[in-house]
Design a protein around this ligand. Sequence first.
Ligand code: CIR
Length: 253
Amino acid sequence: MPIAITRAVSRSIVNCELTHFQRTEIDLQIARQQHYQYEQALKSAGCEIISLPEMPDLADSVFVEDIAVIFDEAAIITNPGAISRRPETDSIAEVLRQHRKLIFIEPPATIDGGDVLVVGKTIYIGLSSRTNDEAVSQMAAHLDDFGYQVIGVEVKGCLHLKSAVTKVSSATLLINPAWVDKSRFSDVNFTVVDEDEPFGANCLSIGDSVIYPKTFPETRKKLEDFGSKLIVVDADELAKAEGAVTCCSLIVN
Ligand code: CIR
């Protein structure tokens, strides 16, 4: 059974980092209710949940995806691109140490897990405002031994690579081609987001389930064709903090 690591929404979420969004009011109670619903969705996708306690002073700590990248062979602990997020790494490392050998990304490399898309043995790394070329080099050096190929991909107009493209299944990517160049990905099929739903490219695929936000009904219709079990969640409140459904968990298979 896969394990999903989550962390409770911080009471300081209103002070979250924002890159492409204007700050709008975030209702903590609603954000926590929606996060609870997300954890239930992870359970119905077959995960056991490790729900970590709130970190009151770390505004973005609910977005655990950015702090690690987990492979069968090891877990990479990132050096997050936003300085405010670097204190999140110690406690995630402590949890993952029980499941995997740890590898640490070191400065001057910076990388957020939201910029890492693993498709089989190919690892696409978004070159975003959070993730730099040095991180691509360090990831390649660490992961080459395990047989992975690491490819840096330019991202524009959004926070992370996985704002622009995620996996619906092992062979199909859900993509917003305005933010990332489709031709950078090989041996995959694409489903393109509805043109009125640019933020709809982030889905979380676990086994034969796909967790997807309520907010993007037209793109959702396209996902229904895949025969995956679609689990629809309300994720609007944390979306105001520039977070989406992959961001709020780390999956240990
Ligand atoms: C940040 O800017 O770091 C947070 N406010 C949002 C992080 C979302 N994480 C993700 O897309 N993986």
